[in-house]
Ligand binder design. Structure first.
Ligand code: SF4
Length: 327
């Protein structure tokens, strides 16, 4: 049986000091991923710091940005009036994730920190560099239908599983974190990392830091945005490919654009070159296909996921069509 200490923190300060003097302590809130990882012997924290009582659940407007507390539940964020009005893309992405039951437990911070759903990672009988660095990657020559087509390495070809994070990277969100040395802000695009030679590291958060909130700057994308997710089942399935598309329109011309893809990389995959190709162009199918082609530049398939190279551009075009609305 796995032994661990358990303690409750009621403030950010207490939570951060709960991590001190232990390289293997973990925060627990909704537990929708961590408990699975513990039950399957993938991770074995020596101390769990329960942060559910830390007051970080608020969702509010502050100085030109929407601030979402790290402990706000996924369902609360998806249904919040402010989010539906100002950032419907985020609401749609959240509702596309997991199941209603999980969204009622899972927190924003936990969603950001969740680990890949690569089957080799979860089966301790199979090799996985992310779980046991240096043992090899079972997926590289194995069943890699769900895996990355962008930014992978010979060490790991896993994808980040979150829908919410795809919308957040598209919306230029920032993650506010706190640690013993104080607070710092990490642009969402820099929060998660590519696997490189250290696939065991999912993100740039330090071991002694805690996510406090996510901040989304005000933008002109509330009227024309769409999150499209293609998956094997209509519910409770991870994305094969998903696209977060947001447009700011001046009549029929695209004034500004945001585009990101999920299910294709070790991190939520922002498509900045494709965004540039949209700006100043009419919102037509032709424009969207040009952007989709640019979006897929540099993609590389493995044995069982070549379908993503065709699915990807189709989802980009469909998401943009839906974001633009009837023209
Ligand atoms: Fe492990 Fe990554 Fe390979 Fe999956 S893709 S087996 S997570 S190293």
């Amino acid at each position: 049986m796995m032994q661990f200490q358990y303690e409750r923190a009621k403030s950010v300060k207490a939570a951060i000091s709960g991590l001190a003097n232990s390289s293997n302590a973990r925060f627990i809130a909704g537990g929708t991923n961590l408990i699975d990882l513990m039950k399957r012997n993938i991770t074995a924290p020596t101390r769990l710091v329960d942060i559910n009582k830390v007051p970080l659940k608020d969702i509010q407007q502050q100085n030109g940005k929407t601030v979402i507390g790290a402990l706000a539940l996924n369902s609360q964020v998806a249904d919040h009036k402010l989010i539906i009005e100002k950032h419907p893309l985020l609401s749609q992405a959240l509702n596309a994730g997991a199941s209603a039951q999980i969204r009622n437990m899972a927190t924003v911070g936990g969603n950001i920190m969740q680990r890949t759903r690569c089957h080799y990672f979860y089966d301790t009988a199979l090799p996985c560099n992310k779980r046991d660095p240096g043992v090899g990657c079972g997926a590289l020559e194995g069943l890699n239908r769900m895996h990355a087509v962008f930014g992978a390495s010979e060490q790991c070809i896993a994808v980040h599983p979150s829908d919410m994070c795809v919308a957040l990277v598209a919306l230029d969100a920032t993650v506010l974190v706190a640690g013993p040395k104080g607070e710092r802000r990490i642009p969402f695009e820099e929060f998660h990392r590519l696997p490189g030679n250290q696939p065991e590291k999912d993100n740039t958060l330090q071991n002694d830091e805690m996510i406090i909130s996510v901040e989304i700057p005000d933008n002109g994308f509330s009227k024309n945005s769409y999150y499209m997710k293609v998956r094997d089942r209509a519910s409770y399935a991870f994305a094969l490919v998903s696209v977060a598309a947001a447009l700011s329109m001046d009549g029929k011309v695209i004034k500004d654009a945001r585009l990101a893809m999920g299910g294709v990389a070790h991190k939520p995959w922002r498509l900045k070159e494709a965004e540039k190709a949209l700006v100043g162009e009419p919102a037509t199918e032709k424009t969207f296909w040009q952007a989709a082609e640019i979006a897929m530049q540099g993609a590389k398939a493995y044995k069982y996921n070549a379908f993503k190279l065709k699915l990807g551009p189709n989802v980009v075009v469909e998401a943009l069509n839906n974001a633009a609305g009837p023209m």
